[in-house]
Design a binder for this molecule. Structure first.
Ligand code: FMN
Length: 187
């Protein structure tokens, strides 16, 4: 597969697993894809945009008041013009709710509103949060809307619990994203 001409939007939201998204950004960049990282303000409390900028060699946008961004249109609109896939990893419970209900108050959900391509959503949170009926209902809404939900995985959680809630294995996320990119290459 030719990664050189491929573009991935990586949305990072506020959870402990935000640091793992750096690995995803790095592996796709190393293959030659353009990785454009968009972060919520909460995500920036967990990890610095500079880390993503260093591995992707590209500006990170973390606020909606960014008039033009990397396109000649508002960033949240322009981002969708030429990207292949939108990956949100990790996706917080809060962000999943905002996506399910069409909010546009941060750059990640605003970009999602203006995006009509494939979206991969990778939830990561405490096990009781994941099992909360509100979260489950929101996940179902997004699934029915065509989002590709990857994970969460089972195991040790940062909060000290064990259960469902870990960010899916990075190889699993990578495999789904690679498959979606390959499908776009064929279409
Ligand atoms: C130390 C700490 C860790 C957190 N970890 C998570 C997490 O792993 N998953 C999650 O859904 N929310 C987590 N939260 C809560 C979110 O950060 C919070 O709901 C925030 O509003 C999410 O914002 P965002 O969706 O705009 O990124 C955590 C909060 C704190 C203080």
């Amino acid at each position: 597969m030719n990664w050189e001409s491929r573009k991935i939007i990586l949305g990072v939201t506020g959870g402990v697993a935000a640091y793992k998204a750096v690995d995803l950004a790095s592996r796709w960049t190393q293959r030659g894809a353009a990785v454009r990282v968009r972060m919520t303000p909460a995500a920036c409390r967990f990890i610095q945009p500079l880390t993503f900028e260093s591995v992707t060699r590209s500006e990170v946008i973390s606020e909606i008041w960014h008039p033009v961004g990397t396109h000649d249109r508002p960033e949240h609109i322009g981002a969708g013009d030429d990207a292949d896939v939108f990956v949100i990893a990790p996706a917080s419970a809060d962000h999943i709710a905002r996506l399910a209900h069409g909010f546009g108050d941060d750059v990640v959900c605003l970009t999602a509103l203006a995006w009509d391509g494939p979206t991969v959503l990778c939830p990561a949170m405490n096990d009781r949060m994941w099992q909360n009926p509100a979260v489950q209902t929101n996940i179902r809404i997004l699934q029915e809307r065509g989002f590709h939900i990857v994970g969460p995985g089972m195991g040790h959680l940062a909060c000290g619990s064990t259960g469902p809630g870990r960010l899916a294995d990075l190889d699993e996320i990578d495999e789904i994203v690679s498959g979606l990119i390959a499908a776009r290459e064929l279409s």
